[in-house]
Design a binder for this molecule. Sequence first.
Ligand code: PGA
Length: 253
Amino acid sequence: MRKPVIAGNWKMHKTRDEALQFIFNVTVKVPNREFVETVICAQAPVLRDLVKRQGDHLRIGAQTMHEATEGAYTGETSAALLENIGVSYVIIGHSERREYYNETDETVNRKIHQAYRYDLAPIVCVGEDLSVREAGDTNLHVSAQIKQALKGLNEEQVASLIVAYEPIWAIGTGKTATPEQANDAIKNIRKVISALYNAEIAEQTRILYGGSVKPANIDALMQESDIDGALVGGASLSSKDFLTLVEAALPGK
Ligand code: PGA
C-alpha cells in the first residue's frame, strides 16, 4: 500500500558538472513515480539546474532549510525559495545537522511545519548513537525524537510524512543495521505514530531506513514488513548503484 521511496543524499559532494552528468545518466532510467518515488538531495547552489533536468520521474530535494520565512540568517536557505525554484523534498534533522549545526528536536519540528507551509515534502531523520543502542535505549530515544518532531502536525500531514530511521553508528561507517534491527526500530516508530494519531494514519506514513545502504544489502532491507525505502548517502553518488537501489525498491521485486 505504501509507495516506496529511494532518496539519495549527496551531502557535500559533486560539482555542477558531476551533478548534471549524474542526472543525465539516470533521468530516463528512473522507474515511473507511480511505483516508486525517486529523489536526489543535492547542495543548494545546483538545485535549480537539477530541477530543470529532472525529467518525468526523478524529483530533487534540498538537504536542509531554515525554519523562518525570511530574515537576517546569513548563509541559510528559505522554504519559499526552495518551493519557488521547483524543489520537491527537503531533508530535515539529519544527524550531521544535529551534530554540527545544533539542530534540536524543537527546530526540527519548526522546520517540518515550515516545509508544509510551502509545497515541500519533508524527509525527517531520527536515530540513536552507539551508546544509546548499547544501553538498550534505542526505542526510548527515537520515540522521544518522533513525539517532538510531530508536535502540532495534523493527521493529513503525518500521513504524508516521510521519516528516515538512521542509526548514527551506521551512517558512512559501512556498518548497516541488520534488517531485523532496522525493521524493529521502524515498527516502534509506527507504534508511536499510531498512539499519537491512529493506526490508519500510522499505516500511511512512509518510514525509510538509512545507514550504509548499498546494492548488496537493499534486497534484504526491502523484504522487511515496515521498511518503505532508503535514504542513501555514499551509494547514491554512483548513478549505477543508485539505479540498482531504485530498481530493488519496486513493488513485487
Ligand atoms: P550513508 O549515509 O548511506 O553514506 O551511510 C546515509 C545518510 O547519512 O543519510
